[in-house]
Design a protein around this ligand. Structure first.
Ligand SMILES: C[S@@+](CC[C@H](N)C(=O)[O-])C[C@H]1O[C@@H](n2cnc3c(N)ncnc32)[C@H](O)[C@@H]1O
Length: 347
């Protein structure tokens, strides 16, 4: 038996990944601020996430689902073990979500959530939470998989996890709009082998149209490292001002990766709190920079991340750490200004 948060969980014969405990703990803090009226743990396995939502976030109306009969038996046992009562379905999640509507739907699949997104966003009245572990399809390591599953193209760059998260959100927000609804990102992050996003869904065909103002492309120059963000309504330039040819990545979400008001209400205590704090402090640019990548290109040893951020700020630019792994920062300075400022730190 495993103890995770306030839950005691049997996992024999079902999928359980201890490396996702951080994600589930962060989810609980998010869930405490959602007050979902009904929640479907659509791909539940042991049921750990839904059970923790009942024990730790005060969710009262929770249903579980898994296509695997063994998982259904384990979820029922785990509910008993934790003194809880809930309905457990043994269905294909797509069929179940087509038939029933929930306030909040959670997708935590093996690999890609792509096949479940349409029925989830159709069924969800207020919230959808989505995990993707097929990061290579999303971040540009496997561009053809990205096209097949998410209808978007990327190649690996120094900001590949941000591209991946934005491609995932882009897929979700587009799927929502055909139902005269629109989605707003509450909070999202990239960690280890997965991406996680929580969105609020609302009804409005007018606002559904406006979503596309924040869908776009990143034009990336491999020659100088410059990036240009453009909307889907614009015509791309073929060449960067340095003469290099742009690569074009997307379509992807170019809007905010979190709602500042929502994140300001989340606890900043503990490991999950540190993530929310990093998210809160991050400035809202569409890509970011990796210190090692930049300094390798410049042929210099890397200054401290905080020194770079401070130097950029002292030159009047906005700059911050990021929510993404590695020594990464965001800034509104151009690539040539970033290079000049970093080189000066070394003198
Ligand atoms: C990654 S596991 C879920 C992990 C779980 N949410 C957790 O936090 O530990 C994915 C689960 O989805 C189930 N599954 C796969 N395809 C499904 C489908 N089409 N409908 C319902 N369940 C499905 C699998 O049996 C598996 O238990």
């Amino acid at each position: 038996m495993i103890v995770e948060g306030k839950a005691r969980i049997l996992t024999e014969g079902v999928f359980y990944n201890p490396r996702m405990e951080f994600c589930r703990t962060a989810d609980m803090e998010v869930f405490r601020h959602l007050r979902s009226k009904s929640y479907l743990d659509a791909l539940a396995a042991s049921g750990v996430r839904g059970i923790r939502a009942m024990l730790e976030a005060g969710f009262e109306n929770v249903e579980f689902n898994d296509i695997d009969e063994r998982a259904v038996r384990v979820i029922e046992e785990n509910l008993r073990l934790n003194g809880l009562n809930a309905r457990v379905h043994n269905r294909d999640a797509v069929a179940l979500m087509r038939e029933r509507s929930y306030d909040h739907i959670d997708l935590d699949p093996f690999g890609s959530p792509a096949e479940f997104i349409d029925s989830a966003v159709r069924s969800a009245r207020r919230f959808v939470s989505v995990t993707a572990t097929d990061t290579s399809a999303l971040c540009g390591s496997a561009p053809i998989s990205g096209l097949r599953k998410y209808g978007a193209f990327a190649e690996k760059t120094e900001y590949y996890h941000e591209t991946g998260l934005r491609m995932l959100i882009g897929k979700i927000v587009r799927e929502v709009t055909k139902y005269d609804k629109y989605a707003e990102v509450l909070v999202s992050w990239a960690k280890e082998h997965y991406y996680r996003v929580h969105l609020r869904v609302r009804k409005s065909s007018r606002m559904a149209g406006k979503v596309y103002e924040k869908m776009g492309y990143v034009l990336h120059c491999n020659h100088c490292g410059n990036r240009v963000v453009m909307s889907v309504f614009e015509t791309p330039d073929r060449y960067c001002s340095c003469g290099g040819m742009f690569r074009m990545y997307g379509p992807m979400w170019t809007g905010e990766l979190h709602d500042p008001e929502f994140v300001s209400g989340l606890s900043k205590e503990g490991k999950a709190g540190r993530l929310f704090s990093a998210i809160e402090q991050e400035i809202d640019t569409v890509t970011h920079y990796d210190v090692h990548n930049l300094t390798e290109r410049l042929g210099i040893s890397p200054p401290k991340l905080d020194d770079i951020i401070e130097a950029l700020r002292s030159h009047g630019f906005r700059a911050s750490r990021t929510r993404f792994p590695g020594p990464t920062f965001k800034t509104d300075a151009s690539i040539s200004e970033i290079r000049r400022i970093i080189s000066e730190i070394r003198r």
